[in-house]
Design a protein around this ligand. Structure first.
Ligand SMILES: Nc1ncnc2c1ncn2[C@@H]1O[C@H](COP(=O)(O)OP(=O)(O)OP(=O)(O)O)[C@@H](O)[C@H]1O
Ligand SMILES: [Mg+2]
Length: 377
């Protein structure tokens, strides 16, 4: 099995502290004000050399703005952007030499695919034959060797995006920015392109910022992810950290399915918090330190809810009724009712035909205290 490459700079900091800014990118206190009430930032993060870093968040949270500021297409109202130790926030875009791939491919319609890829090299004065040779190498890398002589409108959407990627990569930019490059593709092709980008990243280890509102894409591709909301960064972390230790209710809710239970802390002792949810569940939750607030939100991922025999061995056990069954082929989602008011979502991978729970059946439910994450409200 292939292993994941680590970003080249040592000790890429979880949580987004100072990375190796000698070679990578540093964004510090970036602010873009469109109008008095529409501000993106302040935003700060660093990307180490060779790192694949994603900006993830809902529509309008400031992902594209951040990318455009880095690329130089959007003026920066406050803050610093450093690439390989050099301040670039006032450098004109064409002198930043940053590769940018947009949501739509934006190829020149009158040029062949090969000439599209070679175009930037020609602009930089690379002789025609050499430019064509390098374009051919890049086209091979993105799997378009056979299609170099076609025009863009003779390519599928996914092929056009690959050509756009090749056109950026051929210039060997120190930084590659990708703004939702697969969002116009259908789901199956998106997944295929995601896998191809992963392989390409493993090979080239290009410092990349990838913008997406698709959490699966961000989890699958990234060394680290910054989750944005309302123009600010909510959390920076590895996919695992973001999913398993979300810093806020927003992050927990945005990434994956979540049972979010409003609760009150009754006490804390020896790493275990005793909480009671507004819906009437009494739960023990692992917490390294005593929660600082009395009112908290408890997160339980639906795939961690245990049932049947597995439920018996944990500290929090309940009986529940299955009130809803959603069959999704490889998994099933269940809504469980516990007591009078409490509801839990349960997700189970289906491994055999007999594995689904029947509607209205009664099951034993268990929640391990280690599977409860306490979030401050
Ligand atoms: N040129 C502009 N003039 C005024 N406001 C703008 C402009 N561009 C973006 N905005 C506003 O800035 C905020 C951030 O927009 P941005 O395009 O960065 O979001 P996004 O995260 O890329 O969203 P999406 O996922 O929809 O592409 C939004 O509130 C948007 O309306
Ligand atoms: Mg956008």
């Amino acid at each position: 099995m292939e292993t994941e490459p680590e970003p080249r700079a040592n000790g890429t900091p979880p949580g987004g502290g100072p990375a190796d800014t000698e070679t990578g990118l540093a964004v510090r206190g970036l602010v873009r004000r469109y109008a008095r009430d529409v501000t993106v930032g302040p935003i700060s993060f660093t990307v180490a050399e060779g790192e694949f870093f994603s900006l993830l968040g809902p529509s309008g949270c400031g992902k594209t703005t951040t990318l455009r500021c880095i690329a130089g297409f959007e003026p920066v109202d406050e803050g610093i952007i450093e690439l390989a130790g050099r301040r670039i926030e006032k450098v004109p875009p064409h002198k930043r030499e940053i590769g940018l791939v947009f949501q739509t491919p934006m190829l020149f319609p009158h040029l062949t695919v090969s000439d599209n890829v070679a175009f930037g090299l020609s602009v930089h004065g690379v002789p025609r034959r050499e430019a064509a040779r390098r374009a051919a190498v890049m086209l091979a890398l993105v799997g378009l060797s056979e299609l170099g002589q076609r025009r863009p409108d003779q390519l599928s959407g996914g092929q056009q995006q690959r050509a756009a990627l090749a056109r950026s990569l051929v210039l060997e930019p120190p930084l590659l920015l990708l703004d939702e490059p697969f969002s116009s593709l259908d789901l199956k092709l998106r997944v295929q392109m995601r896998e191809e980008l992963r392989k390409l990243q493993r090979r080239l280890q290009k410092t990349t910022i990838f913008v997406t509102h698709d959490q699966t894409e961000a989890l699958a591709l990234s060394h680290r992810i910054a989750v944005l909301s309302g123009g600010r960064i909510e959390q920076i972390g590895t996919p695992r950290e973001i999913y398993e230790q979300p810093a806020s209710r927003f992050v927990a809710d945005f990434i994956g399915n979540a049972n979010l239970l409003e609760a009150e802390v009754l006490g804390w002792r020896d790493g275990i918090a005793d909480i009671t949810t507004e819906s009437g569940l009494r739960l023990q939750a692992c917490a390294a330190a005593a929660p600082t607030a009395r009112r908290v939100t408890a997160l339980v991922r639906p795939e961690l809810v245990r049932i049947g025999n597995a439920a018996a061995s944990v500290a929090n056990t309940f009986t529940a009724e299955v009130t809803e069954v959603v069959y999704l082929g490889d998994e099933a989602q269940y809504r469980l009712r516990l007591g009078v008011r409490a509801e839990l979502l349960l997700v189970r991978k289906l491994t055999g035909g007999s594995d689904t729970l029947a509607h209205a059946s009664v099951v034993n439910v268990g929640i391990d205290p280690g599977d409860v994450v306490i979030l401050s409200r």
